[in-house]
Design a binder for this molecule. Structure first.
Ligand SMILES: N[C@@H](CCC[C@H](N)C(=O)O)C(=O)O
Length: 302
């Protein structure tokens, strides 16, 4: 396919090392809808092209409930509903370059998200995002388990695996716009080092497990104390990443629901820290975002 990228302007950003290519389509589409999947796959390939965990598009909202529309494509070309690190990058980009509005009502495939920014001299420092209300029912994940109904939840229960390392794994599932499986290492008699050493095998198998028809993001958690956890992530459509904002939100929601932590938790990820707070009206995530560079493409790299 011939995707015209000559002189296409982009911005490289990251949130805790979870890196994205941001394309401004607020005033007009730059990459045709039918090309977005292939464009993401190619442009995200490290070594061959810019390289990233995904592509984010800034678009006009579809209705006036929102200020701006957020789209996120993983590095394998699949479109996700939401992205926590991505929405912080997006909010900084929008405020500094397109629309001086704070808070910002963002339209995502996973519903409304509200970004409230700490701003100094017109530069966005930290971004606190209202991440919505989580859902746990199997129909919302989606997850299909024999003997369970679509309204049931799946909390710290085992699924069978098919590898040489481990026969089954206990996990919990939640949807915060996108779907997540949360695994506590202490409940599986494994260590974080074991999970890290075998992340390619375990992450890939759980992401693509038959119980998850739309695949799933996978997180291994160690609870340090009721206010702090450590997270290792394998993302749907991207593999290992240094951090996942929706995954961190999900991990704290599940840890809190299972009584392992309080409602305010500092999460340590490979790429840095995120603050999560569970309130009456939903969950909030706070962290920073970085603009690394602006560029102009000459070719897609292939
Ligand atoms: N890195 C993101 C999540 C990106 C989407 C995810 N891989 C999915 O397919 O759901 C985050 O920070 O939340």
């Amino acid at each position: 396919m011939d995707i015209n990228v000559k002189d296409l302007e982009f911005t490289k950003m990251h949130g805790l090392g979870n890196d994205y290519i941001v394309i401004n389509e607020f005033d007009g589409i730059k990459i045709k809808e039918e090309d977005k999947e292939e464009f993401s796959r190619k442009i995200c390939k490290r070594g061959f092209s810019i390289g990233a965990d995904g592509v984010i598009y800034v678009q006009k909202p579809t209705n006036d409930k929102y200020d701006v529309r957020f789209r996120i494509f993983n590095s394998d070309g699949s479109e996700a509903e939401m992205c926590g690190n991505g929405i912080r990058c997006f909010s900084k980009y929008v405020y500094e370059r397109i629309l001086k509005k704070n808070p910002l009502n963002v339209e995502t495939k996973g519903g409304l998200r509200v970004s409230e920014m700490d701003i100094e001299n017109d530069i966005v420092k930290k971004i606190k995002v209202y991440m919505g209300a989580p859902t746990f029912q199997l129909k919302d994940i989606p997850m299909k388990v024999e003997g369970k109904s679509e309204n049931d939840e799946f909390l710290n229960e085992a699924i069978k695996l098919n590898n040489d390392l481990i026969d089954e794994i206990k996990l919990s599932v939640v949807n915060v716009g996108n779907p997540h499986a949360v695994i506590f290492v202490e409940d599986n008699n494994i260590t974080m080092d074991f999970a890290r050493d075998n992340l390619n095998t375990l992450g890939k198998e759980i992401e693509n497990h038959e119980v998850f028809p739309e695949r799933i993001n996978v997180h291994f958690i160690e609870v340090i104390n009721p206010n702090e956890i450590k997270i290792l992530t394998w993302e749907r459509g991207a593999g290992y990443t240094t951090a996942c904002g929706t995954g961190t939100t999900s991990s704290v929601i599940i840890a809190h629901k299972l009584g392992k932590t309080g409602n305010k938790v500092l999460a340590h990820l490979d790429g840095g820290d995120l603050e999560i707070e569970i309130k009456e009206d939903g969950v909030y995530m706070k962290g920073d975002a970085v603009i690394v560079y602006d560029g102009k493409l000459q070719n897609i790299g292939w």
